[in-house]
Design a protein around this ligand. Structure first.
Ligand SMILES: *Cc1c(COP(=O)(O)O)cnc(C)c1O
Length: 366
């Protein structure tokens, strides 16, 4: 498919002018290139369980399509809540966890307010606030790319952010934040703390243990990664009941369609299958990391379904192109601040990972 011609930068005649602050905001996208082996967006390499597809098909026949869906998506939220051992009033669901982040920015950010992020991290944590008119202040991670408690305290004290975004395991580093630092940040009383746990199933600990009505902290999760349901566009947060109630103010009526509500509710009946997938990915990751250890690359310790690495002495972008030339697409982070020369590879099926390892060995050499 060809992209439509770019209209950016052409003079506006009869067209309404785009909001000024959006003109300079580069869009977020990972190129969707048609190649054999796609290891660039951290999806699950496996489709969802067949039994889930069949259960969904059976329930879809019973959907009352002429009626609006349940506005509060109660059955879905009950399924999520039961999975985490909380109440449905502590769960807010939306069209992907990115939409959850957008709702949080609409509700607690906006003009004259700031969010804090700690780079390098997930780029949408600054892109989505910007789109909602919220200013972004960026702190740094340590040279080893870990979250630094002193730096978080400094940024929060100096800039009083309305929202502080943490990400554990962090994308694109794969590293898990120190639980003591996260707890301390949440108790600092400096606005809302969002812990993005898109890869939480891989982590040795979860900030879900910190969720409490007395603490301004939420944990976001998604069905796009470990749950093998990226196509369904479903994410959620677990947080204080008062916050979930307040988010209603920025949520469009009936924002979760009936099909998605059923798909998500049924997914939580397949927890064992999800856990098996996580274990299989971890096995593959271990194999990949060991094989890459024999190649001319530096890598970071990952507790997620991807690995950040930097070809030593080489040009990261050239390596990315070399891999693409051999039919393997990974994420090119080489131009991102703090990630000079780095690439990120998603753990795939054994066959996909073999293709990646063979291509990488050819491009960077042993
Ligand atoms: C992939 C990812 C998400 C997922 O976003 P969805 O909108 O749920 O697909 C959220 N946060 C991080 C850090 C991610 O890497």
């Amino acid at each position: 498919m060809k992209d439509p011609p770019s209209t950016v930068g052409r003079p506006v005649r009869r067209r309404p002018p785009l909001r000024g602050d959006l003109v300079t905001l580069a869009g977020y996208h990972s190129p969707q290139v048609q190649v054999e082996v796609r290891l660039n967006t951290n999806e699950s390499p496996l489709p969802p369980p067949r039994a889930w597809v069949e259960a969904l098909a059976a329930e879809v026949a019973g959907v009352e399509w002429h009626r609006y869906p349940d506005r509060h998506a109660l059955a879905l939220r009950q399924a999520i809540a039961a999975h985490h051992g909380v109440g449905p009033e502590q769960v807010y669901a939306a069209n992907g966890s990115n939409e959850v982040i957008q709702a949080l920015c609409l509700a607690y950010g906006g003009h004259g307010r700031r969010v804090a992020v700690f780079e390098p991290t997930y780029r949408l944590h600054s892109h989505i606030p910007s789109v909602t008119g919220t200013d972004v202040v960026a702190g740094r991670r340590t040279p080893g790319l870990a979250l630094d408690g002193a730096e978080v305290r400094r940024v929060m004290a100096e800039t009083t952010p309305a929202i502080t975004f943490l990400c554990s395991p962090n994308n694109p580093t794969g590293m898990v934040d120190d639980p003591a630092v996260v707890a301390e940040v949440a108790d600092q009383g400096g606005g809302l703390v969002v812990v993005d746990e898109a890869y939480g199933q891989f982590s040795r600990w979860s900030a879900l243990t910190l969720v409490d009505d007395q603490r301004p902290l939420v944990v976001t999760r998604t069905l796009s990664k470990t749950w093998s349901m990226a196509a369904a566009r479903l994410g959620y947060l677990v947080g204080p009941a008062w916050l979930v109630a307040e988010l209603e103010a920025v949520t469009l009526p009936y924002h979760l369609d009936a099909l998605k509500q059923v798909a998500g509710r049924l997914a939580f009946g397949f927890e064992a299958e999800m856990s098996e997938r996580v274990a299989a990915v971890v096995d593959e990751r271990t194999r990949l990391v060991a094989a890459m250890g024999d190649m001319a690359v530096e890598q970071w310790p990952s507790e997620a379904n991807f690995v950040l690495f930097r070809p030593t002495g080489g040009d990261g972008h050239a390596v990315w192109q070399g891999l693409l030339h051999r039919g393997v697409l990974v994420r090119d982070c080489s131009s991102w601040p703090g990630l000079e020369g780095c690439l990120r590879v998603t753990i795939g099926t054994p066959a996909e990972d073999d293709a990646f390892l063979a291509a990488l060995a050819e491009v960077v050499g042993p």
